[in-house]
Design a protein around this ligand. Structure first.
Ligand SMILES: [Zn+2]
Length: 178
């Protein structure tokens, strides 16, 4: 076929095609290629999915009947709620909204998941630090032990030298004076 596109060309056009921004003719060429090329089709499906998700997020609050003033309040208090910074009355209000509003519940779940993730990675880092700390303490102790062991024979030598000198001096003194 004369107007057959290559995979590279289709790749370059894919996002425009997904957003329906190509001319009728070009769009038709891409469609033909996709029908005969599973690889480009897979790419296209992935891109389309991503695009749909993005559009979902953009429109979900506009279209959703749960996107109310109450939900806006909920969102502005959410992080304070999670961080235990609200008073009892406000806490109850947030809980009530989370129970009755699926959007709010989803947000709350998301933020808890995120916090958990953060906490896990923090704990991991903390444990790693602890390990490092105890390792360094152990190393230090071993090092000190080694030092004691190393200086021990020297100490003995010094002490026996002094004892010997003391005996010799004492001997000389006793010979001279007695
Ligand atoms: Zn292709």
């Amino acid at each position: 076929m004369q107007n057959q596109l290559t995979c590279e060309q289709v790749s370059a056009l894919l996002s425009f095609y997904a957003e329906d921004k190509l001319s009728k003719k070009l769009s038709e060429y891409v469609r033909q290629h996709l029908e005969s090329c599973p690889e480009c089709m897979e790419k296209y499906m992935k891109m389309k999915n991503m695009l749909n998700k993005f559009i979902d997020i953009q429109t979900r609050e506009i279209d959703n009947p749960y996107a109310t003033k109450q939900y806006e309040d909920f969102k502005s208090n959410l992080s304070a709620y999670v961080d235990n910074e609200l008073n009892d009355f406000e806490n109850i209000k947030i809980k009530k909204i989370a129970i009755s509003n699926p959007l709010a519940r989803q947000d709350l779940e998301n933020i808890y998941t995120f916090k958990k993730l953060l906490h896990t990675s923090f704990e991991k880092t903390k444990n790693e630090c602890k390990n490092d700390y105890s390792k360094s303490v152990i190393n230090q102790l071993q090092h000190e032990n080694n030092e004691v062991k190393n200086t021990d024979p020297f100490f003995k030598l010094v002490i026996s030298f002094f004892v010997m000198v003391t005996f010799i001096v004492a001997g000389i003194i006793s010979i001279l004076y007695f």
